[in-house]
Design a protein around this ligand. Structure first.
Ligand code: ATP
Length: 415
């Protein structure tokens, strides 16, 4: 049994990694079953890939695979899998630094298998493929190469770099399915600070695989660069908000592209409905809101609320990143104040409901929404503070509209 892949690489780099990948020469699934029984762990089995995932009661997750050979019948399509030796298993891996294994059986405990010079490349800070057809077999490795290069500050080895450029110049990446391309892009954008990785995608002419007319201007670069700062501010202010960070980067990256281009990119990446909604809302609406919120003249809290109520938190982070990219201190603090006030106002609720309006003698209909909306606005603006204020507010409107019925008492709800 071997520990293999990223965790071995990270052990050698002295980086923390709890993504433990074990691989068994023999029957990985049978072994996973034994471990699950012995330690009361949850077990998910993927027969087709000869792998299993264990979830231990303390939260630890463990992937167990069977050592295997992969054959690529067609470029860019997932390979077929057959059991094989650990050496063959290592030979199908992406880069030398990810093709190191450590044996764990008691008698050979700690034996290191490094047939491709992974340790040498770790020392030389180099990303190197195992063979010339690697990117062709699996073009997702192009994005993986950039991910590791940028994460560790490594360089692509010369031949690897040439092979990568050659693979990029073909239509291989176009043959990748939407979900596989999306997965790679979003993994890249999930890195701590993907700015250089995005610049690298631009430099290597890889952004055209999102869309050939994607607008990657200096201004877009500035916004992308400001996203991290916006995320940090947001996380500090609103600790309960969970942000889909990779999506914010995708929104920033496609921010100046036309709606048609963005829609085509969403289709190409087969984004989920939620992700698609976010990304397509990123463009002009954000600009319009930004203008309104940072211009001179006062904006009431309820107006801010109405302006932003359809924005996801991701879109709000983008809004902030855009303002940050403009380096205008006064407007930035104004926007931050609006954002804080907005998030607070999201918790404001009216005491009265539609049922109360009905009890007050108002016929059910579309005016309920209008009245409750006005009540909420007045609450947000601090014009009314109590339920009695709300009732008086509604009653006044009823009287003005000539719908007057005697005002109801609060205690009984009866006229
Ligand atoms: P990360 O730290 O980002 O999780 P990782 O190296 O652990 O990186 P995984 O995607 O978890 O990456 O993959 C685990 C291992 O499986 C890799 O280290 C590599 O050996 C192998 N592997 C993953 N994807 C590929 C691929 N596309 N081609 C070849 N080998 C791969």
């Amino acid at each position: 049994m071997y520990l293999v892949g990223g965790v071995v690489r990270d052990l050698l780099l002295k980086r923390e990694n709890w993504d433990l990948d074990l691989t068994v020469e023999g029957d990985g699934i049978a072994f996973a079953r034994l471990v699950a029984n012995r330690y009361g762990a949850g077990l998910a089995v993927f027969e087709r890939f000869a792998t299993a995932r264990l979830a231990f009661p303390d939260g630890l997750k463990l992937d167990i695979a069977t050592t295997r050979r992969e054959s690529y019948t067609q470029p860019a399509i997932l390979p077929t899998v057959q059991p094989a030796s650990i050496e063959e298993d290592l030979s199908r891996r992406d880069f030398t630094i990810n093709a190191i294994a450590v044996q764990l059986n008691p008698r050979q405990f700690g034996r290191l298998l490094d047939p491709y010079g992974g340790q040498r490349d770790l020392r030389a800070r180099t990303i190197r493929v195992l063979h010339a057809g690697s990117f062709q077999d699996d073009p997702t490795r192009i994005f993986r190469a950039i991910r590791f290069e940028q994460r560790f500050g490594f360089r692509l080895e010369r031949t690897t770099s040439r092979l990568l450029a050659r693979a990029v110049s073909t239509s291989l990446i176009q043959q990748l399915s939407g979900p596989r391309l999306r997965n790679e892009i979003l993994l890249l954008f999930a890195e701590h600070d993907p700015v250089r990785a995005i610049a690298r995608l631009g430099q290597l002419k890889l952004l055209r695989f999102l869309h050939h007319r994607l607008c990657y201007t200096t201004q877009v670069k500035r916004v992308v660069t400001a996203v991290l700062q916006a995320l940090v501010w947001w996380a500090r202010r609103f600790q309960d908000s969970v942000i889909d960070r990779p999506i914010v980067y995708l929104m920033a990256l496609s921010n100046e592209s036309s709606p048609v281009v963005v829609a085509a990119m969403i289709r190409r990446l087969a984004l989920s409905r939620e992700q698609a909604k976010n990304v397509s809302a990123g463009g002009r609406r954000v600009d319009r809101a930004l203008k309104r919120l940072t211009n001179k003249g006062t904006v009431r809290p309820s107006q801010v609320y109405r302006l932003l109520e359809d924005f996801s938190d991701e879109a709000l982070v983008l809004l902030l990143a855009k303002q940050l990219s403009m380096h205008h201190g006064v407007r930035l603090s104004l926007l931050k104040r609006h954002l804080v006030a907005y998030v607070k106002s999201k918790a404001v609720k009216t005491a009265l409901t539609g049922r109360d309006l009905q009890a007050m003698g108002l016929q059910p209909g579309p005016q309920y929404k209008t009245i409750l909306g006005k009540l909420l606005d007045a609450r947000i603006d601090g014009m009314i503070k109590t339920e009695a204020d709300e009732r008086a507010f509604v009653q006044k409107r009823l009287d003005l509209a000539g719908w007057g019925k005697p005002m109801l008492t609060r205690e009984t709800g009866e006229g």
